[in-house]
Ligand binder design. Structure first.
Ligand SMILES: NC(=O)c1ccc[n+]([C@@H]2O[C@H](COP(=O)([O-])OP(=O)(O)OC[C@H]3O[C@@H](n4cnc5c(N)ncnc54)[C@H](OP(=O)(O)O)[C@@H]3O)[C@@H](O)[C@H]2O)c1
Length: 290
């Protein structure tokens, strides 16, 4: 059996088309949606990621004011740059490029971001909103996975989802999301990790298996129920080489599977812009109640 390939690009394109339409609607009302970015240091890869996001922001109808701090910036410098964007009513979303140089505390900086402008959806207040079912920016990778499953009409409601990994970025928030009472969720969710040494006992019965461990090749064909959907989210980089959690041979057993490259990644970026346009809409409704 060769699995159906769940490419992220068409999902991202559909989400971004909606974002562009909403951004245009804001512009028609005289609001210029703004996604601000902060880059600290001179890492080429990080600077490249910021350029890509700024280019995409422009294509979608956003402006993206930018602050570039030197590699020797202090934690206070970073907090000052965040506060300046927080205090600017023309800025709706804020992105701090991760990672920041080793002497800086990213989590401490994230705590100072206005939660309503947190386009990564990772501020503790937003994770709290998610846990109690209040609206707010959603963590991008889990939201992208839910959108991917919905786009390809993979049945989730009432089905068994097993997530390998309980990390703050993917496993934990995704478990909360897919267990919620919504048509694209509503699943029986199990989370496994290093505390469950026989985790394959659970993954083998999953209708949908999400790999979010960051351990190259950890998911092999014998861990997967024949015909199951397998979403590879965890990756490790060795230099520029991407090493995914899901071994390529899993495609012979799975019914549907994300590709080695171009699966969850593009949907993650699309969700960042969905959070950004939603932030601009919220801010506008507050400042211009219509
Ligand atoms: N594709 C994307 O767009 C995207 C975006 C963000 C992150 N990621 C990737 O997603 C992965 C997960 O990130 P995260 O921040 O959510 O998680 P994380 O904090 O890196 O945690 C990894 C989780 O996997 C579990 N794990 C690790 N080795 C294991 C093993 N041998 N057996 C069973 N469980 C194991 C850990 O268990 P314990 O809790 O017991 O230690 C932990 O719960 C990372 O590889 C990250 O690079 C991808």
């Amino acid at each position: 059996m060769t699995a159906r390939v769940l490419a992220g690009k068409p999902v991202a394109e559909a989400v971004l088309a909606d974002v562009a339409r909403r951004a245009a609607a804001l512009r028609e009302r005289g609001v210029e949606p703004a996604l601000a970015t902060i880059l600290v240091g001179d890492d080429d890869a990080s600077a490249g990621y910021i350029r890509i996001k700024q280019k995409q922001a422009a294509e979608l109808g956003f402006v993206s004011p930018h602050a570039h701090l030197g590699a020797d910036a202090t934690q206070q410098d970073l907090h000052r740059a965040i506060a300046a964007f927080n205090d600017d009513p023309a800025v709706h979303g804020l992105l701090i490029q991760y990672p920041v140089p080793g002497h800086l505390d990213y989590d401490a900086a994230l705590m100072t971001v206005d939660p309503d402008a947190d386009v990564d959806g990772m501020h503790p207040l937003n994770l709290g909103r998610l846990s109690v079912g209040l609206p707010g920016p959603l963590p991008c990778t889990p939201a992208g996975i839910e959108a991917l499953l919905a786009h390809y009409e993979i049945p989730v409601a009432g089905h068994e989802v097993v997530i390998l990994g309980r990390g703050a970025t993917i496993g934990r928030p995704l478990a909360m999301m897919l267990a919620q009472k919504r048509p694209t969720a509503n699943a029986a969710v199990t989370v496994v990790h290093t505390g469950v040494p026989d985790w394959d006992r659970y993954t083998r019965r999953a209708d949908i298996l999400v790999a979010a461990a960051g351990v190259p090749g950890i998911i092999r064909p014998d861990h997967v129920k024949p015909g199951a959907t397998v979403i590879g989210a965890g990756v490790r980089y060795e230099g520029r080489r991407l090493l995914p959690d899901v071994d390529e041979s899993v495609a012979e057993v799975a019914g549907a599977i994300t590709p080695r490259v171009g699966g969850v990644g593009p949907t993650t970026v699309a969700m960042l812009f969905r959070n950004a346009v939603a932030a601009a809409e919220r801010a506008t409704d507050v400042t211009n109640p219509a």
